[in-house]
Design a binder for this molecule. Structure first.
Ligand SMILES: Cc1ncc(COP(=O)(O)O)c(C=O)c1O
Length: 446
């Protein structure tokens, strides 16, 4: 905050396509999709038109005890999209909230209550979550988180979870090149052997005996620095959850809606979670909206006589907001009409080629990529693997350099995050990457 006060803040006044303009009239490439939400660019006509049309009907009415037209339509569209992409008709009950954290909060509460209704677990059932995990900033989501920098301060306030190892270990121990990441990491290597993280998860599930659910970010732990999972890990988690009759919650808040090159990350390993959390890109990045989608089986456990009090007592004022749902419907239509996923392929190639080349820089220790989500990990000394200290602000230094070159990026510690709107043109993507490279070279020399 002190740095923010001392700095000249950028105040955004306008947005077009993949650019945002500040109050001085400077246009920046939106290199992080306005915090990983923007899909089709700013000022997209179809989404603007859908919002204007919805405004002429109604902006908001509560979803508590009422339904509304766009939320009903969107729920139907999401269920059929999931059925098409994940090849399942099981995930078909949509619960609305309004941001990624609340989507996860709802999932945790739902899973916990489900275990009570079904008498599967005792009242003290635990959640298994992952080291390096991030699920939002509300207290339940923070309890499930595994990033000390963000979460440790609040530890006296949090409920207990059992932490399983981050899936990052496998990549580095065998130097396995996964389809999600080209370059094996050498800088956070902490385990050897085959899928040691899954072995440890099995051990936890065997020894705990009262687990309400396992919560994961499929394919990539984004907020911890774009940590990509080895191929097969997600499927392995699904298999273990099935074996131990434990719910699997997939937090696709960051990965959902095309970010990984697929509509949903779970598609890549043919995994069907019991609960799926979506937000961020759901409205194309225009309005806050989230869904927690559960199987019919979970839904049925909440059915009962009024006096049984099986109600899921969770509702937010703006749950299922009509404007958000109208934007989401328009966004899904654009996905189809503009073949957004197909158009991503050459852009993903540009990104991966660039990552492979920037990996040669002496201050780039690792590069990680999953579709259009990429991280460049800066390192002080490549030979000795000495990292930059926290106080050196290496990531921020490069981000400030990038601003001088009209690119807005926001790092995670020493990791530069590159996640532009999916609609970015190949030309603008290449231009952005060149400018980021110049920013790295401007600081550390090439
Ligand atoms: C995987 C994941 N889950 C949940 C969240 C929280 O979303 P929100 O910031 O909308 O509360 C985030 C945010 O970055 C995320 O990456």
């Amino acid at each position: 905050m002190k740095d923010w006060i001392n700095d000249a803040p950028i105040v955004i006044a306008e947005g077009r396509d993949c650019f945002i303009k500040d109050t001085y009239g400077i246009w920046y490439l939106d290199g992080v999709s306005s915090l990983w939400v923007n899909i089709h660019g700013h000022g997209k006509k179809e989404i603007n038109d859908a919002l204007i049309k919805q405004l002429t009907h109604i902006s908001h009415s509560t979803l508590l005890g009422l339904a509304n037209v766009p939320s009903t339509e969107l729920a139907g569209k999401l269920v059929s999209l999931i059925s098409e992409r994940l090849k399942t008709d099981k995930l078909n009950k949509v619960f609305y909230s309004d941001n990624g954290s609340t989507a996860v909060e709802a999932a945790l509460k739902m899973a916990f209550q489900y275990t009570q209704h079904t008498k599967k677990c005792a009242d003290d059932a635990l959640f298994v979550t992952l080291e390096n995990g991030y699920h939002g900033d509300t207290i339940g989501a923070v309890s499930a988180g595994g990033i000390d920098l963000f979460h440790k301060t609040y530890s006296p306030l949090l409920f207990k979870t059992v932490k399983a190892p981050s899936p990052y270990c496998f990549n580095c121990s065998h130097g396995v090149v996964s389809s999600q990441t080209d370059t094996p990491s050498k800088y956070r290597c902490n385990a050897e052997g085959e899928f040691p993280c899954l072995r440890e998860l099995r051990h936890i599930l065997e020894s705990q005996g009262k687990v309400a659910a396992v919560l994961v970010e499929p394919l990539i732990q984004a907020a911890s620095g774009m940590i990509t999972s080895p191929v097969g890990y997600l499927k392995g988690v699904r298999d273990l959850c099935t074996e131990f009759d434990t719910l699997l919650i997939a937090d696709e808040v960051a990965t959902g809606f095309g970010r990984t090159g697929n509509m949903f990350a779970c598609e890549l390993e043919s995994v069907v979670p019991d609960i799926l959390c979506l937000s961020k890109g759901i409205t194309g990045g225009y309005l806050p909206l989230a869904v927690t989608i559960a199987t019919e089986n979970i839904y049925n456990a909440f059915l009962g006589e009024f006096a049984e009090k099986k109600t899921f007592f969770h509702g937010h004022s703006y749950t299922g907001n009509q404007l958000g749902c109208a934007a989401a419907l328009a966004s899904l239509e654009i996905f189809e009409k503009e073949h957004v996923l197909d158009n991503l392929k050459p852009k993903i190639k540009i990104l991966r080629d660039w990552l492979n080349s920037i990996f040669n820089h002496p201050n780039v220790g690792d590069v990680r990529v999953c579709g259009m989500m990429a991280g460049v990990e800066l390192i002080k000394n490549k030979a000795s693997m000495e990292p930059f200290g926290f106080e050196e602000k290496a990531g921020w230094q490069v981000a400030y350099e990038a601003r001088k070159r009209s690119v807005f990026i926001r790092p995670l510690g020493n990791v530069l995050v590159i996640m532009p709107p999916l609609s970015i043109s190949e030309e603008n993507l290449s231009a952005m990457l060149i400018r980021i490279e110049k920013s790295i070279c401007g600081l550390f020399h090439c």
